[in-house]
Design a protein around this ligand. Structure first.
Ligand SMILES: [Zn+2]
Length: 103
């Protein structure tokens, strides 16, 4: 979501590594500096692409299964299908728990 970068660059939101399950509340810049592949610096909210921490490989992501291995959604694991749903519903799925007054 563009507003996170342009209007609220300091907002912390939940970063969820889809491979190892690690979560961290970070600003976009903190996440980038910590090696996360995550929008808004890498990819866009709501568009399927890797959502990984610095430890994990993009080759293990739902994106890689669909785009690089040409799998059908029905061939993915339940966790990978959940990831796709979560990405599709961004940013509300990662902003949950943030006080709306901050906006
Ligand atoms: Zn990870």
């Amino acid at each position: 979501m563009l507003f996170i970068r342009t209007r609220f660059p300091e907002i912390r939101f939940e970063h969820i590594c889809e491979v190892c399950g690690k979560t961290e509340m970070l600003t976009p810049q903190e996440a980038f500096d910590a090696g996360w592949d995550y929008p808004p610096h890498i990819g866009d909210f709501g568009i399927i692409s890797p959502r990984t921490c610095k430890e994990c490989s993009m080759l293990d992501t739902a994106w890689a299964k669909l785009v690089l291995e040409h799998k059908m959604p029905s061939e993915l694991t339940a966790e990978q299908r959940e990831t796709i749903q979560r990405i599709s519903d961004e940013p509300k799925t990662i902003l949950a728990g943030i006080d709306p007054i901050e906006f």
